[in-house]
Design a protein around this ligand. Structure first.
Ligand SMILES: NC(=O)c1ccc[n+]([C@@H]2O[C@H](COP(=O)([O-])OP(=O)(O)OC[C@H]3O[C@@H](n4cnc5c(N)ncnc54)[C@H](O)[C@@H]3O)[C@@H](O)[C@H]2O)c1
Length: 250
């Protein structure tokens, strides 16, 4: 399949985990991927790996919580490739886990807010500014089941992911009469590096809640995500898709 031939995709958090998996699938199907990531080391590794496989990939060191970096990097992508068709925001952190709000450090809350929610806002704002010029775009914000249901022990994560769902629902409707769609994805636990930092108790709680009783895979996330950002997904916007092994009931 060559669903993304001649398309340009910006993927934040593209150096690792879900962002990398989604970028790989877009590149495999002919798209050019501009990877935004705050970690220059993994970013270099991933872009080199992609180039060695013949993919069209470029690295941008970006902290999604910085408006200046986000805005400048979108300008650079547009200047280099002339347009942006797809934006996937997969950058995110989990923050403290297995801890009640009374012990949750306020500066940790401010940090997770800046990356998970402010970052999603900024990435969407500048993606839409670019996409409006061609009146076409597909935006996917990675939220979480924690944002739908609220996971105890991780208030910063649950609250910021609920905020991402709010962005999807509100902005999706703002642009519903244009060629730009904006959707979200709410995964349950997926096997990536992010979970290596999660406490075993927190991980056991989250896995036990999944009726399929297993973690999801990056490939499964990439499969649904690339459909959502393809031309084929044309009558869905402002919606949060599920990939939770049966955990979500709405
Ligand atoms: N893995 C899961 O179980 C799971 C479940 C639900 C939702 N999610 C969400 O999916 C997204 C990706 O998670 P993942 O599991 O791939 O994590 P990951 O830690 O494997 O990868 C995240 C990537 O984002 C980058 N990043 C972190 N902060 C950044 C910043 N400020 N600016 C730019 N890049 C930054 C990291 O360097 C890393 O490359 C996150 O938003 C996460 O909340 C993950």
């Amino acid at each position: 399949m060559n669903r993304f031939e001649d398309q340009v995709a910006v993927i934040s958090g593209g150096a690792d985990g879900l962002g990398k998996g989604i970028a790989e699938r877009i590149a495999l199907e002919g798209g050019r991927v501009a990877l935004f990531d705050v970690n220059p080391h993994t970013l270099d590794q991933t872009v080199n790996e992609f180039k060695n496989r013949g993919f069209k990939a470029t690295a941008y060191v970006v902290d999604v919580s910085s408006e200046e970096m986000v805005s400048q990097s979108f300008q650079q992508v547009e200047a280099s490739y002339g347009k942006i068709d797809i934006m996937v925001n997969a950058a995110g952190i989990v923050g403290p886990t297995n801890i009640k709000i009374t012990e949750y450090p306020t500066d940790a809350f401010d940090k997770i807010y800046s990356i998970n929610l402010r970052g999603s806002f900024l990435m969407t704002k500048y993606a839409i500014k670019a996409m409006e010029k061609a009146n076409y775009g597909r935006i996917l914000l990675i939220a979480s089941i924690a944002g739908k249901e609220g996971n105890p022990g991780m208030v910063g994560y649950s609250a910021t992911k609920s905020g991402v769902i709010g962005l999807v629902k509100g902005i999706g409707k703002e642009y519903a009469e244009t060629g730009i769609t904006l959707n979200g994805l709410a995964p349950a636990v997926i096997k990536t590096a992010m979970n290596e930092k999660t406490s075993p108790e927190q991980l056991a709680y989250m896995t036990a809640k999944i009726p399929m009783k297993r973690l999801g895979t990056v490939e499964e996330v990439a499969a649904i995500s690339t459909w959502i950002v393809s031309k084929e997904c044309s009558f869905s916007t402002g919606f949060v898709f599920d990939i939770s092994g049966g955990r979500a009931t709405y």
